[in-house]
Design a protein around this ligand. Structure first.
Ligand code: MN
Length: 748
């Protein structure tokens, strides 16, 4: 077991001004508290916190973190209390020890919902102080190193938790050594056969290639001497787990793996990295597609290095990583390296935690925590977090060169939301590398993405199933909810204004506040939206506000309704009489003149002589793309190409006939089109609609209506219009009528 002075010396080596008293006090306190407790191995319990502290000294952490490591199991396993630790070591250390005590109880391989909740707690604890994670990972590493002593039935569970949560988390925080060791240890317990098979073959291979490895090392050393680059060359063998994972992922056999051996070239400066790369590439040929420059584009966990693969001196592939000493340390220790590095800097007065807040790894943590507050359900959250933990990243750029890192499978929509929620909400299109591409496109590394925006945009709900980031998903959900609600509440306000006016009252939103309980609604917007959706009738609202008000529709309703009908019939009748009849007569005359055949009545080309031709019930007008459907014994029916009725004929291609309009500019003719108009249900609205139709020079052929909700009526108009332009103009005029809430072409 490490002695007290040995621990102090270790820290002193990298931190000369170490607070010795703090370390000594923590050492003695923890040793006394754990007393004669034993670990499963039979060792004194205190050896465990001491080993955890030792692991953290390898990462050069400050004495507060080392003290926390020594104390991390005291509250949970001994008579120590938070208050006592606060008193002896200060509240900062007390809070960290308590944070770790809470994490001890988390079981991260339990049921999905619980697991999600626990992961949340873990991430929240880490976000408060990243040193909690550093101690937790060191704790887990030591437990994994001594897992043999744990009862068999517990081993697998702990190993799985390590592989699923802690190893990726270490990787995400940039602590590659920690990640690798956790993975190797967990692999041994999760899949012992595979572990042993891979390990054996790897050591065979090392044995056989001993000569080759030193040959390459020597060749690289000579090369750097020639180019006068000061470099340290280290050979490294891939670890069993990463070999196994690669074999699985790429379905390769052991022999097919080309990069089991790698070399690390460590130099003094960034410039030397590129000089070394140049020297290597001019001496040996590089393997295409294997070059990656993580120096100019660091990974999201702050990893920086140049990767390349060359055909080496004995014609074998050699994988190389080129980096500076500083990059090497960050690659090994991640966030921990940052905290150390900055601790010695000019502003080194705070704890490691505060300092590492500006690293990418920490930024990832913050974003993940943010997603927690977006209110996703815990299982979604777990999925998202796991996805973001495990999958590789794609790195994309804004046109201004800002780097946006996204999980693999991300789309331009994810990209837009990653830039800013507002950018996502207003996204209508994307240019990828200068070309307009579908928003569903999967982004690739290095893509430059320009988001095309429109203020009028509301993100379609369907996007939710397309995006892969939690941020985009919850933002889309929120935006669609808001947009729908806004539409309905706007409509509801209009309905109420009119209903109040009709009742001889003046509507104001303030009137609704006192009656919210009576209407069983939580706020004014909610009332408006309910009226807009037709869930709550305007009359009920009036009654709630003015309990004494007599609903005229109850007393005089039937009569008034009849009046409404009568008015409409009048209006419609007039319309039919004047231009309508004339128009239809016109058509018949023209038809007779032009061909005399029965189908000659319709100006359609592509139809042979004597087949009767008619329009589908929903009509078709010049400007529509049309198609004819042949019904044997009956003739040809003309449909607009977008008509849903056509799906009925999908499997009968022989009945589809290519037809085109054959319009003579001088022969003015009208054509049938069917519209559905939804109007606010009040006297006079139908007359108003008929008026709009009349002033726009269209004919009403037939009209049917159905009361669809207390405050709305849907009317189906079969109209006669000149052409598509005419019809569209009419539709937009109808939409502007204040009593109209919706107009759409039926089947067209
Ligand atoms: Mn522990």
């Amino acid at each position: 077991m490490m002695r007290q002075y040995e621990l102090v010396e270790r820290v002193q080596r990298y931190k000369p001004d170490v607070n010795e008293a703090l370390l000594n006090k923590a050492y003695v306190y923890a040793m006394q508290k754990h007393g004669h407790q034993k670990r499963a191995s039979g060792d004194p319990y205190f050896s465990h916190p001491l080993e955890v502290a030792a692991i953290l000294t390898e990462m050069h952490l400050d004495e507060a973190t080392i003290a926390v490591a020594l104390l991390h199991d005291t509250i949970e396993d001994t008579t120590a209390t938070r208050a006592e630790i606060d008193e002896l070591f200060g509240p900062e250390i007390g809070a960290l020890v308590e944070g770790l005590t809470k994490l001890k109880k988390l079981d991260l391989v339990s049921s999905k919902a619980e697991q999600a909740e626990n992961l949340r707690k873990l991430l929240l604890a880490i976000s408060e102080d990243v040193r909690v994670l550093l101690v937790k990972l060191a704790d887990r590493l030591h437990n994994m190193r001594t897992l043999d002593h744990v009862p068999v039935h517990k081993r697998l569970r702990i190993a799985e938790e390590t592989m699923e949560i802690y190893a990726p988390l270490a990787g995400r925080m940039g602590m590659q050594d920690m990640r690798e060791e956790l993975e190797e240890l967990a692999f041994r317990y999760i899949n012992p056969e595979a572990y042993h098979a891979v390990t054996e073959r790897l050591s065979d291979l090392t044995e056989r290639n001993r000569g080759v490895i030193s040959e390459i090392e020597a060749a690289l050393a000579r090369l750097f001497e020639k180019y006068q680059i000061n470099a340290v060359v280290k050979s490294r063998q891939k670890k069993p787990w990463s070999v196994f994972r690669k074999m699985e992922a790429k379905a390769l056999s052991f022999e097919q793996l080309s990069d089991i051996f790698g070399f690390r070239v460590i130099v003094d400066t960034v410039e030397d990295c590129y000089r070394a790369l140049g020297a290597i590439h001019t001496t040996w040929s590089m393997v295409p597609g294997r070059f990656k420059d993580y120096i100019s584009t660091p990974k999201q966990n702050d990893y920086r290095s140049i990767h390349t693969t060359i055909v080496g001196p004995s014609r074998q592939r050699v994988e190389l990583q080129i980096r500076t000493h500083e990059m090497d340390r960050i690659a090994e220790y991640g966030v921990a390296a940052h905290s150390l590095y900055k601790d010695f800097g000019p502003n080194a007065n705070g704890p490691g935690n505060q300092i590492s807040r500006d690293t990418n790894a920490y930024a990832w943590l913050r974003r993940t925590i943010e997603a927690l507050s977006e209110g996703d359900n815990p299982e979604d959250f777990l999925e998202n977090t796991k996805l973001e933990l495990f999958h590789d990243q794609v790195f994309c750029f804004t046109p201004k060169g800002r780097l946006i890192a996204l999980p693999r499978g991300a789309t331009p929509i994810d990209f837009a939301y990653a830039v800013h929620t507002e950018v996502g909400d207003s996204c209508v299109g994307a240019k990828i590398n200068g070309r307009i591409m579908p928003l569903m496109t999967e982004l690739k590394n290095g893509d430059e993405v320009e988001i095309i925006r429109s203020k009028a945009q509301v993100p379609p709900a369907a996007w939710e199933s397309v995006v892969v980031t939690g941020k985009a998903r919850s933002a889309i959900r929120r935006a669609t909810r808001n947009a729908i609600r806004k539409q309905y509440s706007g409509l509801g306000a209009r309905i109420l204004e009119r209903a109040f006016e009709r009742a001889g009252k003046t509507f104001s939103k303030d009137l609704l506040k006192p009656v919210l309980p009576r209407l069983a609604r939580k706020d004014v917007e909610d009332v408006l939206a309910a009226v807009g959706r037709g869930e709550l009738s305007s009359q009920d609202v009036i009654h709630a506000v003015f309990p004494d008000y007599k609903d005229e529709r109850v007393t005089q309703g039937p009569k008034r309704r009849e009046e409404g009908w009568f008015n409409l019939r009048n209006a419609a009748g007039m319309l039919f009489q004047i231009p309508g009849r004339a128009g239809r007569r016109n058509r018949k005359e023209k038809g007779r003149e032009s061909s005399g055949g029965e189908n000659g009545a319709l100006p359609i080309r592509g139809v042979s002589g004597d087949l009767p031709v008619r329009f589908a019930p929903e009509g078709a007008v010049p400007g529509d793309r049309i198609v004819g459907i042949l019904t044997p014994g009956q003739g040809i029916t003309i449909y607009p190409i977008q008509s849903p009725s056509l799906t009925a004929f999908d499997d009968q291609p022989e009945r589809w006939i290519d037809v085109r309009w054959d319009i003579d500019e001088n022969m003015k003719e009208r054509f049938p089109a069917r519209l559905s108009v939804t109007a606010i249900n009040e006297p006079g609205s139908l007359a108003a609609i008929a008026q709009v139709i009349a002033t726009n020079d269209a004919n009403i052929h037939t009209l049917s209506m159905a009361r669809t909700a207390p405050d709305f009526t849907e009317m189906i108009f079969d109209l006669e219009v000149w052409d598509l332009k005419h019809l569209n103009r009419l539709i937009s005029q109808l939409k502007e009528a204040s009593c109209v809430s919706d107009v759409r072409r039926v089947n067209g």
